[in-house]
Write a protein that binds this ligand. Structure first.
Ligand SMILES: [Zn+2]
Length: 82
């Protein structure tokens, strides 16, 4: 797999390298899915994440073609305590 070259981080000018990580997909203000193994540019200094346009389009296709047997996880909803 050829590694995509990302521009340096726009926030801290750190080096951005590609990793495969889970991307939370949000619809409005609801988390609707986690897509795992997404090629993501991650800044080595500040951790900012960058997504390529082609990758975002693939994610869209994955979400639209979602199958019944997709793995599901439950997340606890915790109360914010001051
Ligand atoms: Zn950065």
């Amino acid at each position: 797999m050829p590694t995509y070259h990302y521009d340096d981080c726009t926030f801290c000018s750190g080096r951005v390298t590609e990793r495969l990580i889970a991307k939370p997909c949000v619809w409005g203000d609801r988390l609707v899915a986690l897509v795992d193994q997404v090629p993501t540019g991650v800044c080595e200094q500040c951790g900012e994440r960058y997504y390529r346009t082609a990758v975002l389009k693939r994610i869209d296709a994955v979400l639209k073609g979602r199958r019944q047997h997709a793995r599901q996880i439950r997340l606890p909803v915790l109360e914010y305590v001051r």
